[in-house]
Design a protein around this ligand. Structure first.
Ligand code: ATP
Ligand code: MN
Length: 288
């Protein structure tokens, strides 16, 4: 059923389906393929109760299966992980409905959603898959055998942590509203990316970005690690630094240098604002 939206698929997942998806997810921290016999043991269901549910979840493309040692074994798909997240955000009263996709990145899908007051928000689903896996592992030294579900959930946790800390300390980032599994719910910034914006106040925007980087560094001990004109949103003359899952700790000086280089180069090229890199680095490192 490839034409169903994520929200439609989520609505087809009932309590027993949910329980089984959750069980398979929790077993993934140990290994990738979960045997039917393990599921019988974990859930306490009989084989003839379990089998139709597994088939249904497979047909909904929420499970992949393969035969291992003569037995069907399962793993959850990205969509299943997204649905676990949607259900949890719903239970926690963060998200009432999921809307349309507004961005598909290398490692995520970004949706508009609605809270229980029918106000819009953003849900970012981290999807660290095979395509980006090698790269991520290289950057962050992740163990070879870590399951992609585990990495995607860790990415969401890291992004939430960064948004929470930087926002609390008055940096310019979207307000985080909640996190579940691989999803982060946050403020919808109705905006354009910096690279698509024609700024009337470029100095002010650059100052806001640098001040956010300084707050992250000093108060949160975080270096963004992927700062560029693509990861800054501009709304009504205010800059919002987004996309934080890859943040690194302050000893990664080279990353701070690279972030600052990128952003200064952009403002120099487009707005002829000429700032001294060393002075900016000193400013970022200086105590508030
Ligand atoms: P990419 O791989 O393209 O860098 P990503 O997976 O790293 O993407 P983000 O950069 O966080 O993810 O988000 C992708 C896009 O989704 C953004 O460029 C922006 O258009 C949109 N977006 C993300 N967060 C928000 C938000 N809080 N409000 C509005 N739009 C957002
Ligand atoms: Mn991005």
């Amino acid at each position: 059923m490839p034409s169903l939206t994520l929200a439609e698929r989520a609505s087809l997942v009932g309590p027993l389906d949910y329980k089984i998806l959750k069980t398979i997810y929790s077993l993934h921290s140990n290994h990738e393929w979960i045997m039917t016999s393990e599921l019988v043991e974990e859930t306490g269901l009989r084989l003839n109760e379990l089998q139709p549910v597994l088939l249904r979840l497979y047909n909904l493309r929420l499970l992949s299966k393969q035969i291992i040692s003569g037995e069907y074994s399962y793993r959850i798909t990205f969509t299943a992980l997204d649905i676990l997240a949607i259900k949890k955000l719903y239970v926690e009263k963060v998200l009432k409905n999921l809307g349309i996709v507004i961005g598909v990145g290398k490692e995520s899908e970004v949706y508009v959603g609605y809270n229980f007051n029918d106000e819009p928000l953003v849900v970012k689903f981290h999807r660290v898959g095979k395509r980006s896996y090698k790269n991520v592992r290289k950057i962050r030294n992740i163990q070879k055998d870590k399951d992609w579900t585990v990495i995607s959930v860790e990415n969401a946790e890291r992004e939430y942590q960064a948004l929470e800390c930087v926002k609390k300390n008055y940096g310019y980032v979207p307000q985080p509203y909640g996190r579940a599994y691989n999803a982060v719910a946050m403020e919808l910034v109705e905006s354009r990316e910096l690279y698509k914006s024609e700024l009337t106040n470029p100095e002010e925007i650059l100052d806001q970005i640098l001040s956010t980087i300084r707050i992250a560094y000093n108060e949160c001990k975080m270096i963004h690690g992927d700062l560029s004109e693509y990861n800054v949103l501009v709304k009504d003359g205010t800059a919002y630094v987004i996309d934080w899952p890859q943040w690194a700790s302050p000893e990664n000086e080279d990353l701070l240098m690279r972030d600052v280089d990128h952003i200064l180069a952009y403002f120099y090229k487009k707005y002829e604002i000429d700032k001294d890199v060393d002075a900016v680095i000193d400013y970022i490192k200086g105590k508030p």
